[in-house]
Design a protein around this ligand. Sequence first.
Ligand code: XIL
Length: 553
Amino acid sequence: MKVELTDHVAREKSHRIATMKNRFIAIFLLVSIGLTCALAQLEPSPTLRSLADARGMYMGAAVAPIFYDTTEPDYGMVLAREYNMVVAENIMKWSALSSGRGKFSFNAADGMVAFAQKNKQAVRGHTLVWHESLPSWVLTIKDKNEMQAVLKNHVQTVARYFKGKVFAWDVLNEAILEDGSYRKTPFYNLLGEGYIADVFRWAREADPNAKLFYNDYNTDGINKKSTAVFEMVKKLKSQGIPIDGVGFQAHIDSNFNVQQQRTLENLERFKALGLEVQMTEVDVQLSGNAPKAERLAAQAKVYGDMLRACLAAKCSAFITWGFTDAFSWRAGSSPLPFDSSYQPKPAYFALLEVLKNPTVTMPAVAAPAPTSSALEFASFADASKSLQGGAIVKTEYNEKAGDAKVDGISVTNGVLTVDYRLSKQAGSTFAGAGVGVNALENGKTISLVGYNAMRLQVASSQAKSLRIRISSTDQAIINAGCYPVVFLDVSPDLKTYTIPLEKFAPLGYCGSNARTLAQVISNVLLVEIADEGLPSSGVRQGQIRIGKIEFLK
Ligand code: XIL
């Protein structure tokens, strides 16, 4: 009995304890679930935007007015979720804002500003002065005073209109050429270099609070062009011209090597002038023939390295030129952090990781420089496949029949030999025999971004100097017909020559149509090797021999 009672009490007690325990567990679980939910509400998974906010910087994207398109609901959703700043890809350019003299239309840009305000995003202005996207009537102006008045009116009308809405302007875009000289724009041609200081002064007058930027491409590393930009802004600063920052566009390639280009060092020299630095148009096109996953990983690395350099230099903004591959101006090359279905790519996660944990020390410069795979000729069939359009030797510049005649072509031990006869016709200015070789990586187009030099084996029995020309597969460039060239002194023996790519200069006689290497750089390539050396008149019988061609990093 006692035992039973005791049992009963014990059971009762243990039941009570069990109930209490269960209740406690239940309460504990409820509280912890509640806490987790509350915490989850406080800390949703990070986005580019939330991490940038926490750092007090901008992550931005160039936008097209696609957020109006009801068939693309994800566009506005992802844009608002991931970015705390927007910039107009096109709708604040001169031709978009002004269809005729004195006529302005701000509707499309207003729509973008409204979208940004609704989503609490800052708006960056792009661009007040640029040689592209100009309405045709501006191009017809021939008078200096008239051009000055028109330019001032444009800068001030636009800057005044967006006062208080745009926090920073690209006042001047792309005014320097690759060789460091001033771009011969319609403004420069009539007004001289003084227009540069003027546009900054006018912008400051119109909107004293907006930050004023100079913006350019191929200035992401240390090179002739970025050094010229540096000297220009240094001069502007020393003269008290109102300039607050420099934008580095960074339209690059998955081969871009941030360390080798010394991007951080470059940004820091501008910072040392007291200027703000921003990466303003980053996109990284996929290049090479590796499997897609590898190329996406290379792209992610470039994005991560660029952002790391940007953060290390305490840049105030990192802006991509679009955000989804669905609407990129370099659509074929999938250059953006989101794919065409708005799914994040490895590049997106690289940006996220670097924002979470930027290791400000850059990894050491990569060891031995890789080269492109060499073009070698195994047979005549092989060689003719890689010759331009199947043509073996063609006359250059002057298509008068008979300027050059092929006597023979052969391949021995990987060396292509072309025998030619060259005669200068009465009345013709040029005569030349050219061999066009598709010097492509495994027969495919190669991007020269990140390559520093060209190595080739070449010889000429007659010409002391051969003209090496790099051209592009881009139709616009073919049509312009002017490519970067270098003249190479050669011997009759087959020798290997290395030419730094920076030695390639735009072709003088093409004038302002000349293409710089940077213009053909991302969709190259064809190498033409020509003897164009008949100075006055006469006939020359000669031989050009070409061995390996490759590009060095
Ligand atoms: C590009 C736009 O992305 C294209 O849609 C347009 O057709 C041409 O302009 N540098 C700049 C940008 O400063 O304005 C350019 O934008 C890309 C190069």
